[in-house]
Design a protein around this ligand. Sequence first.
Ligand SMILES: C[S@@+](CC[C@H](N)C(=O)[O-])C[C@H]1O[C@@H](n2cnc3c(N)ncnc32)[C@H](O)[C@@H]1O
Length: 216
Amino acid sequence: MIPLHPKDQEYFDCYPAPIMQMLQENHFTNINSTITFFGPMLYFMVRAFLCQKVLEIGTAEGYTSFYLSSAVKANAIRNNYSNAMFYGLDICQTKKTSDNLTALGLPNEIMTLDSIELDKETFKDIQFDFIFQDGAHDKEHVLHEFKVLWPQLRGNGLGYFVMHDVMGPSADGYALVNGYVKQEGIKLQNVILDDGIYGLAILRKMEDYSERRYPY
Ligand SMILES: C[S@@+](CC[C@H](N)C(=O)[O-])C[C@H]1O[C@@H](n2cnc3c(N)ncnc32)[C@H](O)[C@@H]1O
């Protein structure tokens, strides 16, 4: 068990929350206050959707990376995936975050990159089940990341593009993405989870959708 970060201890002393505390006792960062509850939620989404290949844009100190990578590892063990991986990118502090994940035995490949440099060669031949977008929040980056990575997302209702801050700093980018989706006739299901401040949009790729039953 990793000792609770002093800031988290102070928080739990004021506002007891045993389940969150239990999670944080295993984490190497303190709680990221911009994505406190969506962080653990990402873990359960990746588990529920049985994802193997997960990408995070904007890994920062690793608050959400820990949950995403933990879910990839647990899915691999539970479902005998031999090729599961958590991929990440950021413009800075990638080595520290990667080292922290690796020290906990969590799979990761995190690259240092300005996401505006992303192109179809960056993750050549990789098909993602789940992409979490939480990097630069300006509209150019948000739209560029979507345009490059959407084709690499699994279809048939099995791929998810999850965008953070769509009610906050990424609102303009989210609007541009919606315009692009309309213009290109992209088939998806889209919902915003409203936490009253940042917002999380979940875009489910519905191209080539056919009825199917669990397990996929
Ligand atoms: C809001 S933080 C991510 C928080 C992280 N997902 C978490 O919850 O712990 C945004 C991150 O995006 C990174 N970033 C900013 N501009 C970027 C760019 N152009 N390309 C890639 N990453 C960028 C920042 O360095 C920062 O680490």
